[in-house]
Design a protein around this ligand. Structure first.
Ligand SMILES: Cc1cc2nc3c(=O)[nH]c(=O)nc-3n(C[C@H](O)[C@H](O)[C@H](O)COP(=O)(O)OP(=O)(O)OC[C@H]3O[C@@H](n4cnc5c(N)ncnc54)[C@H](O)[C@@H]3O)c2cc1C
Length: 395
């Protein structure tokens, strides 16, 4: 595989760099550096999304007819890498990169016309209603009941761990429409307006102190039948399709590379300040291990990217990306906490003149705590390994 960029690709890289230099506002870069949560603040993400929409670069992954780009996989890779290096935030993927591919693949023409432009513009802000109390890894046992009543479904039950449900105006839900068949065969995929009477949202505060996740209750919620995606009781295959994008739809190696660059500033400072720092070489070995694994992740992402160039979906290999990305990110988080030692608990900004960005230091421990959840959300590491064993290795 030739990993060198061509002349045209280098020119594109320069174009992206110039765009970012002139259009990425410093307050968005600062908010991104300060962020220790899974997503940046909604307002920040939407502001950056609007800037990218204006340029036509918000969703390079989408087909051109819906507002995407005709970029090659390498251009998409370059764009993603340049954005991270410039300190731009990740756009919130729930609508843009998770629901939208499902609507494009399985939605009706009316649904495409109704929802895709609003997802792109940020007018609709979506959350994901998959997990329930008692139905996480064993998702097919979900119980949120949707019963037909004329031209509506009446929905009762609850969803849990719903990220940003308190901020979202819409939720895409897996609902139980048939109890008589085997569990996977009685599930449907429903789009619900969060303003519908009967929906209530209760916060769940994580150990990092963040309010990201919620429990959402449905009490006789009436949803028009027209909000059903595809066919009734076929929702399980649409749900799995979406999960492939959730687990492996983007490039994570850039994000981890950016974290490692920041960490190297911390390491430099620790070495300068403490002559006894890492005398046994343990930290250096961990850095080397991460660098090797990061290179392997980069190459794997490029390989999957090249497979996707034909317009396919990520497939079960996305589980490999999820397992590797989470393991690496958490290794970087742990290393940063160990390098900081007790100073990591100082939540005040460090004094001016410090070689390391103050906002980075004060976000190390919150980021470490927040990112523990990455082993669980989007399907736990154990479940991903089961998928790799079965679907990728054929064991
Ligand atoms: C921060 C956060 C955000 C989330 N956001 C969302 C969201 O927006 N929308 C949404 O729908 N869900 C969301 N989730 C839910 C997430 O997808 C589930 O928590 C996850 O699928 C695990 O389900 P569970 O919590 O029921 O744990 P369980 O399924 O009960 O698993 C408990 C433990 O048992 C292990 N285990 C279970 N079954 C097996 C098996 N067959 N083999 C080996 N090990 C197994 C698991 O790996 C795990 O360690 C979020 C979760 C978190 C923590």
């Amino acid at each position: 595989m030739n990993l060198n960029f061509s002349e045209e690709e280098l020119a594109f890289q320069q174009e992206v760099r110039e765009f970012l230099a002139h259009n990425l506002p410093p307050h968005i870069v600062e908010a991104t550096a300060n962020n220790s949560s899974v997503f940046v603040e909604k307002d920040v993400a939407l502001e950056w999304q609007a800037i990218l929409v204006k340029k036509g670069w918000a969703v390079p992954q989408w087909p051109v007819k819906h507002g995407g780009t005709d970029w090659t996989p390498t251009q998409k890779y370059i764009f993603s890498r340049e954005c991270y290096q410039a300190g731009a935030p990740m756009l919130i993927p729930l609508g843009l990169l998770m629901l939208a591919p499902v609507i494009m693949a399985f939605g009706s023409e009316e649904q495409k016309a109704e929802y895709l432009p609003k997802i792109l513009s940020g007018e609709h802000y979506w959350c994901q209603g998959y997990s329930e109390p008692g139905a996480g890894s064993d998702l097919a046992s979900l119980k949120l009941k949707a019963e037909r009543d004329g031209d509506h479904y009446v929905v009762n039950g609850s969803k849990i761990w719903t990220t940003h449900a308190h901020l979202a105006d819409h939720i895409f839900c897996l609902v139980r429409t048939d109890n008589s068949a085997k569990p996977q065969a009685g599930i449907s995929f429903l789009l619900v307006d969060m303003d519908t009477p009967g929906i209530s949202v209760e916060p769940i505060i994580t150990m990092a102190g963040d309010h990201e996740v919620n429990q959402v209750f449905f009490d006789d919620v009436r949803v028009p039948v027209g909000n059903l995606i595809g066919e009734e009781n076929k929702g399980w295959s649409y749900a799995k399709y979406l999960l492939e994008f959730e687990r492996g739809g983007g490039f994570s190696a850039h994000r981890i590379r950016h974290e490692m660059d920041q960490l190297s500033g911390l390491l430099r400072r620790a070495r300068e300040e403490n002559p006894h720092f890492d005398t046994n070489g343990d930290i250096a070995r961990r850095v080397a291990r991460i660098e090797i694994d990061l290179k392997a992740l980069e190459i794997t992402e490029l390989r999957i990217l090249s497979d996707l160039s034909g317009g396919g979906n990520p497939g079960p290999e996305s589980s490999i990306l999820k397992v590797t990305t989470v393991r690496l990110e958490q290794a970087v988080n742990e290393l940063a906490v160990d390098v900081l030692g007790y100073t990591g608990f100082v939540m005040e900004p460090v004094p001016d003149g410090n070689p390391v960005r103050a906002d980075y230091v004060s976000s190390v421990v919150p980021r470490y705590l927040n990112n523990r959840a990455a082993s669980i959300f989007g399907g736990s590491q154990e479940i991903q390994r089961n998928i790799i064993a079965r679907m990728v290795l054929g064991l």
